[in-house]
Write a protein that binds this ligand. Structure first.
Ligand SMILES: [Zn+2]
Length: 365
């Protein structure tokens, strides 16, 4: 039995050298309603294995070492992780996670990209699938507005001169807007994320559909190399994708964010989704999106500069919400130090939320 285990270990860790220890540079944990994501910054070619039994997940990394500052980050607790033990056996480091409830676990490696210097080992702990409860379809008297705070978790979005992260700004504005709508009769706000965790782009669309949203508003902050660019812009979906070069650049940067947050989980369900995206009447939706976009710009103009006076066309994934008028608002340039200060200011965030709020009310007038 011992020998067998030893052989298996050899097979799995066969290439690891006994001398060079692989550095684990950082641990990050992101808790979302559907999963806990563990991200470990590593050197290339780490040999790892994830096994699980009962309420324990065992992450074994061969020949690894931790920085002292990283060590403290390992012992994260949340609604899923009860506690974590760190054990060293022979050449292997074991991280034993004790999980509070039924779960599924997935793991994979991600390569470095323009935003991430290190290789990343990602471990996702999902809640065990519950049997879906069939709810009777209620007639909806309220307008459901899906507010999408851009980025989140492993995907920080753009970073400002003073290191402000876009993901925090978008969430702050989204929450303020949601509060205003929820206090208004006839409206109900839904958020695609409520905290600092990553939500895949197609998942955001699915949330809008599942909630029978009437509008989809994605909130972002713009960024370019030149620090002088300023003002708000609004994007709506174009059938042909981005028309201007500028829109194309943005489209690329937004759609690739999934590489930062992990993997866009394209399952069979997504194929179906992609198909139905194009089965709905797009023309009417596009007209409505443009109308909403114009109304938002009209309000944004009252509180700050506009970068583009008219809604721009772009083919962002988040905007491909069938039959739901959808806009993406770049509130201001986080790359402009002055606008970054504005975006960080709670009163200014409230002004932006109020501007969008009035645009929504005007849309339904
Ligand atoms: Zn963004």
């Amino acid at each position: 039995m011992r020998l067998k285990l030893f052989l298996i270990t050899l097979l799995l860790f066969g290439t690891a050298s006994a001398k060079e220890k692989m550095m684990l540079y950082d641990f990050r944990f992101w808790t979302s309603p559907e999963r806990t994501r563990i991200v470990i910054d590593t050197e290339k070619d780490i040999q790892y294995r994830v096994t699980n039994h009962a309420n324990k997940i065992d992450l074994t990394i061969q020949n690894a070492k931790l920085l002292r500052t990283t060590y403290d980050k390992v012992f994260y607790q949340d609604m899923r992780i009860k506690h974590t033990k760190l054990k060293r056996k022979l050449q292997a480091m074991h991280l034993l996670f004790t999980i509070r409830k039924g779960y599924r676990v997935k793991s994979y490696m991600l390569k470095p990209n323009s935003k991430y210097t290190y290789h990343r080992l990602v471990i996702d702990i999902y809640d065990e699938d519950k049997k879906p409860i069939k709810k009777p379809i209620k007639k909806i008297a309220q307008k459901i507005i899906l507010i999408d705070a851009g980025h989140g978790g492993e995907d920080p979005g753009a970073t400002g001169y003073f290191q402000t992260k876009e993901k925090h700004i978008t969430l702050a504005i989204a929450k303020k807007l949601a509060n205003k709508l929820n206090k208004t009769r006839g409206f109900k706000a839904r958020l695609s994320r409520k905290g600092d965790y990553y939500v895949g782009l197609t998942k955001r669309i699915r949330i809008a559909q599942a909630n029978h949203a009437s509008l989809f508003i994605s909130i972002h902050a713009d960024s370019v190399k030149h620090t002088s660019a300023k003002g708000a812009s609004v994007y709506t979906l174009s059938e042909l994708g981005g028309l201007t070069k500028f829109a194309k650049r943005l489209e690329r940067s937004q759609n690739t964010t999934d590489q930062f947050g992990g993997k866009e989980e394209m399952t069979k369900g997504d194929k179906y989704l992609n198909k139905i995206l194009w089965d709905f009447s797009r023309k009417d939706r596009d007209i409505q999106s443009k109308k909403l976009g114009r109304l938002i710009l009209q309000q944004m103009q009252k509180i700050g500069p506009l970068h583009k006076k008219r809604p721009q066309k772009a083919g962002f994934v988040v905007l491909k919400t069938p039959a739901i008028p959808s806009v993406l608002l770049e509130t201001a340039f986080i790359s402009n130090p002055q606008e970054e200060k504005r975006l960080n200011n709670k009163k200014e965030q409230d002004k932006i939320a109020t501007a969008i709020y009035h645009a929504i009310l005007n849309y339904y007038k």
